[in-house]
Design a protein around this ligand. Sequence first.
Ligand code: CU
Length: 161
Amino acid sequence: MASSRVVLILLMSMVLLSSVSLATNHIVGDDKGWTVDFNYTQWASEMVFRVGDNLVFNYDPSRHNVFKVNGTLFQSCTFPPANEALSTGKDTIQLKTEGKKWYVCGIADHCSTRQMKFVINVLPEAAPAPSPPPSSAAHSVVSSVFGVVMVTIVGIAAIFA
Ligand SMILES: [Cu+2]
């Protein structure tokens, strides 16, 4: 049956296309970078963080560093030993798991009084778009790029069917 083969190929290609995830680089503090007296709590509240995304800290390494801490250390602005800090001045942290993550600067009073602290809640990777039922697969293509890909695949499938 040629038609069922086409549908099968359509579904497989949808799965392939939808699995191409778009990881986002979140530049902490945007063009301000990681520095004193910037409201990172506000910044973080406007973002959606997902597994696979990156946090990028840009800063002057002679003035700041980056610690990933737990909630207790975050509240009290206490830190692990300084040699466990990230301190290159351009640190990228990949968000590998879901849930809350806390980040602070461990220099002087930057955490306690200069706002260099924030918490994020990492969500699961973006779910693939739900696949339509097979019978309507060929009719429900809305995206033009997707449509072109589909037409090409259907054409190829028709040749081999
Ligand atoms: Cu600092």
